[in-house]
Write a protein that binds this ligand. Structure first.
Ligand code: FE2
Length: 360
């Protein structure tokens, strides 16, 4: 277990929604030069006949405008407040496949992009598939509220292609602010937070793999003076459900207080077509409001595109095996496009040793 710190966490990644309301520095509106460069990059990739799995960062040309944007995203996500919201991603007159290529081209500049689900999706479609909330199923195919949580890779990216008529707002929270709330109001729960819990694998493991993580994943851990958070109530409670284990009173207080403190300090904002964000899963929690049922026609539905990526030089971890990789190494999750093309995901024991990426 990592050292347990009894003083508040500080730094740019600790913020509240109230503080950010009068601060526009977390938002970037893409200029004409950046939009043109994204379109040019997409067309270059298209002219080479490359598809997502084949693309490498160097296949997508970067001019100075895009280099500046990539540096800004990396710096804000890795060293700043943990996220950045971009406006004006060029969607106009592009097919959904062209949007995917441009989005993937930008994402590849930021790190190693990896597959996200049992279908090994690299750019995942997030829309309502009519799923009901369940302790054992992932939530991104549902229209119900998604509480603040982290995803499994270093960084999550979400691009809005089409928003629902009822316009559910996106929410982001600082996990450092949640830590400070525990310290102030429920310090007795810190040992449990550092110890952590097993996570369910949401039915996306292979038959030969354990359906829950073998180890407990710390909710909070420290390394080199940096606090890292891993929290997703639904995935953790899924492991309780699969083990047929009841929560203790203290565990119930812990999860309820985490969610309450996260909501208390979150920022909520609309995500409109052409808006996207990148967020560190170690310092930022993400979620969204629920929304009204939509017509079944996919071409009219709320539609977001999601990427997961591991970013070079991210940070050090007290225990990378649990905190960084424990959640990403099962089934068809965590594979690069090149590895999927080489069918590595079908070989038993073919997992990369990710550790070299940790502080590359
Ligand atoms: Fe998520």
């Amino acid at each position: 277990m990592s050292e347990m710190r009894m003083e508040p966490v500080t730094g740019p990644s600790v913020w509240t929604g109230a503080e950010l309301e009068n601060d526009s520095s977390w938002q970037v509106t893409l200029g004409e030069a950046e939009r043109a460069a994204l379109l040019a990059g997409m067309k270059t990739v298209q002219s080479k006949g490359l598809w997502l799995h084949q693309m490498r960062a160097e296949d997508f040309p970067l001019d100075d405008a895009l280099k500046g944007l990539v540096a800004r995203i990396r710096s804000d996500v890795r060293d700043g407040r943990g996220f950045v919201v971009l406006h004006g991603f060029p969607l106009e007159e592009l097919s959904i496949d062209e949007i995917r290529l441009a989005y993937w081209g930008l994402s590849l500049q930021l790190g190693t992009c990896v597959s996200q689900d049992s279908r090994a999706a690299l750019v995942a479609d997030v829309w309502d598939r009519g799923q009901k909330p369940s302790p054992l199923v992932r939530a991104y195919g549902s229209r119900y509220k998604a509480g603040l949580h982290v995803d499994l890779a270093d960084v999550v990216g979400l691009l809005c292609v089409r928003q629902a008529d009822s316009d559910p707002w996106t929410t982001l929270g600082s996990s450092g602010a949640v830590y400070n709330a525990f310290l102030k109001e429920h310090a007795e729960l810190l040992p449990m937070l550092y110890e952590g819990f097993p996570w369910d694998r949401r039915g996306e493991s292979r038959p030969d793999e354990n359906p829950i993580t073998e180890m407990s994943i710390p909710i909070f851990s420290y390394a080199d003076g940096q606090l890292s958070c891993r929290y997703n109530r639904a995935w953790i409670l899924g492991a309780f459900a699969r083990q047929k284990r009841e929560l203790t009173n203290a565990e119930t207080v812990l999860f309820d207080f985490f969610d309450e403190a996260a909501e208390r300090t979150q920022i909520a904002f609309p995500l409109r077509p052409g808006d996207l964000y990148f967020a560190s899963n170690y310092t930022v929690l993400h979620g969204r409001a629920g929304y009204d049922a939509e017509a079944p026609d996919l071409s009219q539905k709320r539609h977001l595109l999601r990427v997961w990526l591991n970013m070079p030089g991210m940070r050090r971890f007290a225990d990378p095996a649990s905190t960084r990789y424990g959640l990403l190494q099962h089934g068809n999750l965590g594979w690069t496009g090149a590895e999927l093309l080489a069918r590595k995901h079908l070989e038993p024991m073919a997992r990369r040793d990710f550790l070299d990426e940790a502080f590359a």
